[in-house]
Design a protein around this ligand. Structure first.
Ligand code: KIV
Ligand code: ZN
Length: 385
């Protein structure tokens, strides 16, 4: 039987940390309701202690969202946890997400302390959070660069203290997929109480590996993926929600599913891009403007014979506008005939052969041949009697 992978959306927290992406309470609330409608399991609504505005946003989201768990981030600090608990007071399903850096670099450079002291702070934070909710997630920041033996000790201790989810962030996007997968496998094999908690992947994209690492995590036993719409997030971003959802959907043979309604992926991607004023790169998988565009003659010809030759996903499955046959100097005759036909011109093969020569002359001077150009070409074309 297929197993569920929980989708933990952090667009409103890690995504909103991106310079220029800050949202006001109304914008956050609107997006939270849309994320709920999308079918994500957990919405990380913000970092309540960080500002009065974020506290208010988390509080309003906690009240409005009914189906998804609403989560607030904290450091392993008593005050942070109390403020988060206060913001989440009216949530139907509140989760406190607390944690601390566990790599030697973080322990020395950020906290100037020892592994023992960090372990103690981690345990105290989880115990404190459990006073307010029985859904406590612990993050071991920079787990990607944390020694596996020590990480296992921390994970075992926080689960004993009451953590129900253990988040293993590759905070700096450093790991290779096999390394991240091995880390998760190591925890599964070396933490005696690991079955009492869900393992979560939280990957950053500094080397472009966030999605691959998250999937490697799932293949090795993780059952929650932390991700954002359009892959927004600190620096090069977080794991892209649309990518992991569609990977698990496309590769059903792996035996996993999510509750995300894929048809909402493109509409929500556009909405997030607009409200955060963060354009989506055209070649972005699933939601980029070119994700379903075909421009070279070889591809266009195959696509027009059978869409599946060059599309593994149909655009309506992910709520995209549809496939596009783009005309450029690399396009072929089938694409030209197709586009003329769509404009109502009925040309024979001979007509297209002649028109193709004039088309290439226009195409060589432009990035893309548009409808206007096609009408001009049709107007200038005089078929031989
Ligand atoms: O990247 C990270 O380590 C984080 C934690 C705060 C979960 O965002
Ligand atoms: Zn992060």
């Amino acid at each position: 039987m297929a197993q569920q992978v929980y989708i933990f959306d952090t667009t409103l927290r890690d995504g909103e940390q991106v310079p220029g992406c800050k949202l006001n309470t109304k914008e956050k609330l609107d997006l939270a309701l849309k994320l709920e409608a999308l079918g994500v399991d957990i919405i990380e609504a913000g970092f309540p202690v960080s500002s009065p505005g974020d506290f208010e946003s988390v509080a309003q989201i906690a009240q409005a969202v009914k189906n998804a768990t609403v989560c607030g981030l904290t450091r392993a600090v008593q005050k942070d946890i109390e403020v988060a608990a206060q913001a989440l007071k009216y949530a139907k399903r509140p989760r406190i997400h607390t944690g601390i850096g566990t790599s030697d670099l973080h322990i020395k450079a950020k906290f100037n302390t020892t592994r023992e002291e960090i372990l103690e702070r981690a345990v105290q934070a989880v115990k404190w959070a459990r006073n307010f909710t029985d859904d406590v997630e612990f993050y071991a920041e920079d787990a990607g660069r944390t020694d596996n033996e020590y990480l296992a000790t921390v994970v075992e201790a926080v689960i004993r203290a009451g953590a129900t989810v253990v988040n293993i962030p590759d905070t700096t996007g450093y790991c290779l997929p096999h390394q991240y997968g091995e880390k998760i496998a190591f925890l599964r094999n070396n933490v005696s109480n690991i079955d009492k908690a869900v393992i979560s992947c939280h990957c950053h994209n500094d080397l472009g590996l966030a999605t691959a690492n998250s999937i490697a995590g799932v293949l090795n036993g993780a059952r929650q993926i932390e991700c954002t719409i359009n892959g927004l997030g600190e620096r090069a971003g977080n794991t892209s929600l649309e990518e992991v959802v569609m990977i698990l959907k496309q590769h059903k043979d792996l035996g996993y599913y999510t509750n995300v309604n894929a048809r909402e992926l493109n509409p929500l991607s556009r909405e997030v891009s607009e409200v955060m004023r963060m354009p989506v790169q055209p070649n972005k998988a699933i939601v980029g403007a070119n994700a379903f565009s075909h421009s070279s003659g070889i591809h266009q010809d195959g696509f027009l014979k059978d869409a599946q030759t060059y599309e593994i996903i149909s655009p309506d499955e992910v709520g995209a506008d549809g496939s596009r046959i783009v005309l450029t100097a690399r396009s072929g005759r089938s694409a030209l005939a197709h586009r003329f036909q769509k404009l109502g011109y009925q040309y024979t093969r001979n007509d297209i052969d002649v028109l193709y020569g004039s088309f290439l002359q226009v195409a060589d001077k432009k990035k893309e041949v548009d409808e206007q150009d096609l009408h001009q070409l049709a107007k200038a074309y005089k078929p031989e009697e």
